[in-house]
Design a protein around this ligand. Sequence first.
Ligand SMILES: Nc1ncnc2c1ncn2[C@@H]1O[C@H](COP(=O)(O)OP(=O)(O)OP(=O)(O)O)[C@@H](O)[C@H]1O
Length: 227
Amino acid sequence: MITLSQINQRVVKIPTLSIDRGATAVIGPNGSGKTTLLEVCAGLTTPTQGTVLIDGTPPREMEVAWVSSSPDRNILFSTVRDEVASPCRFAGLSCQETESAVEQVCDRLGIVHLLDRLTRTLSGGEKGVVALATALVKEPTVLILDEFDAYLDHQTLAGITRLIQPSSVRYLLFCTQNMALASAADQVIFLKDGQVLASGRPGAVFNQIRTEGFSPLFFWMEGGRCT
Ligand SMILES: Nc1ncnc2c1ncn2[C@@H]1O[C@H](COP(=O)(O)OP(=O)(O)OP(=O)(O)O)[C@@H](O)[C@H]1O
């Protein structure tokens, strides 16, 4: 379990919060603190006050992988192969171990055909999947996706979420404005003005916040009308 106590960081003020193993969606209006909460859980930001423990251990002592909402912010190397291999190389794995891990994760995510491409020639969605492969290659315990779905079509997204599940990832935390995607998570956390207004099973949370304009039904109706 991920436990947060007395967290105070930017707008985020959370006295206590528990996050169970599995997939957790963080939803809420713009500026409500979703990314800040994910950064605190990842250990990317040390809160000015409070503690986060993942199965009793601080995030910085765990294998935590982060994929940003902006594909270009994730990519560091000029070829896909070097990009996906980079966490293994930074960790000092042998060439053989690295090559095998890269082939396996790219095979699982269906991007073997991209391995020899230059990263600057990839589409936004392809960069996103390459970033996900890079995050997964060393089998993290915690995978955090910060509005990762923004560039992906529904089919790619559905395939990818299925592929993450059987991996070593114990906790998948993601924030999204896609309420259909959030409703498929094990747990949903609704933030408003930095406070947790609801947390629990998706059905219960969407029921609790139905006057806030965040629900899968609202999403489909409004999305359908606007596009
Ligand atoms: N590095 C920073 N320094 C100071 N304030 C920040 C920083 N990053 C974010 N903030 C502020 O903290 C608040 C919460 O931002 P955050 O990005 O966590 O919200 P969010 O819910 O993810 O927003 P969005 O849906 O718009 O991406 C915002 O008011 C934002 O301006």
